[in-house]
Design a protein around this ligand. Structure first.
Ligand code: PEP
Ligand code: MN
Length: 337
């Protein structure tokens, strides 16, 4: 249920509404807009059936949220959310690019990559320290050591860093070193993990599962938001279909669908979607054209010798050319980059 307060509602009237919601066993989420305060009563809406919020003082209107996802829905918050990470705005006019290697390999390689992607205009550095590999014999990432290299790269370049969490036991060490926590495709429905990242105030990049529907993706975000953390970025990274020409099938329609359903920013990851470096540029342009708020692109200084995902990683020079081309596409759709 969304309860919109009148412009001149008093603090007492607001508290009264909040007390009423709590007394019914639902949780309260207050969103202070420029003009009005909106209060969300989240939980089992059947418990609200007997209550007429509109008859309470200070209340302008009360309406049910019809979608199963509440806090992340556009019904709950009409205006698009802009998430601030270290002063960088995600979800605004400027398209943000997160770039870097699939995994952190050495401190030198990471720094080299960080400096190059920064020079090309990326605002965030990515790098996996805990890697979800299909084979237990593949490189699993450097773990905490890798996260420390990410912190160092941030100190040297100023780029905020993005890295994946796979296990709730790593939450403290991840929070210490990372600015945006990535939930990978394989963990989209790891509900314990979602709940734990929801308890942090950190921005979360939530990837769509290999066979996750958009509705399921939204429900996963709701797990995070229900813990009080609505700093969530959606990331479409391709889904599993019958097609084998590419690693996954990039569902570009996810962008307009998510934009309609949620107020949160939406990114595209063309690297994991295609698995092939030469397809990254055309799909990045398409992503910007369909309204994505940002891109997650794998860049490696030496893709041929990368320990993970070299085949889909761009060389820094190719990335630089892409960024220049993307600026033109961004401009054509009323955005900047
Ligand atoms: C990654 O970003 O490194 C990754 C493993 O992505 P995904 O979870 O989308 O496969
Ligand atoms: Mn990768």
């Amino acid at each position: 249920m969304i309860i919109v307060l009148k412009k001149d509602a008093t603090e007492e009237e607001k508290d009264n509404v909040i007390c009423k919601i709590k007394s019914l066993g639902l949780s309260v989420h207050v969103s202070e807009g420029e003009e009005r305060t909106i209060i969300g009563a989240i939980g089992d809406e059947a418990k609200l059936a007997q209550t007429s919020f509109e008859s309470l003082g200070g209340v302008e209107s009360a309406m049910p949220i019809t979608k199963p996802y509440k806090l992340v829905s556009r019904e709950f918050k009409h205006d698009s959310s802009v998430i601030d990470v270290d002063g960088i705005k995600i979800g605004g006019k400027k398209i943000q690019v997160i770039a870097g290697p699939c995994s952190v390999e050495t401190e030198e390689l990471l720094l080299d990559c960080a400096e190059k992607v920064k020079a090309s205009g990326a605002e965030f550095l990515r790098g996996g320290a805990f890697k979800p590999r299909t084979s237990p014999y593949s490189f699993q990432g450097l773990g905490e050591e890798g996260l420390k290299y990410m912190s160092e790269a941030k100190k040297k370049t100023g780029l905020p860093v993005v890295s994946e969490i796979m296990d709730p036991r790593d939450i403290d060490v991840i929070c210490e070193h990372v600015d945006i926590i990535q939930i990978g495709a394989r963990n989209m429905q790891n509900f314990r993990l979602l709940t734990e990242v929801g308890k942090t105030g950190k921005t979360v990049l939530l990837k769509r599962g290999l066979s996750g529907t958009i509705a399921e993706l939204l429900m996963s975000a709701e797990y995070i938001a229900s813990q009080g953390n609505s700093n969530i970025i959606f990331c479409e990274r391709g889904i599993r279909t019958f097609e084998t020409a590419t690693r996954n099938t990039l569902d570009l329609t996810a962008v307009p669908v998510l934009k309609e359903e949620t107020h949160l920013p939406v990114f595209i990851d063309p690297s994991h979607a295609t698995g092939k470096w030469h397809m990254v540029a055309p799909l990045s342009k398409a992503a910007v054209a369909v309204g994505a708020d940002g891109l997650l692109i794998e860049v490696h200084s030496d893709p041929a010798n990368a320990l993970c995902d070299g085949g889909q990683s761009l060389k820094p020079t190719t990335f630089d050319t892409l960024m220049k081309d993307l600026r033109k596409v961004a401009e054509a759709v009323g955005r900047t980059l």
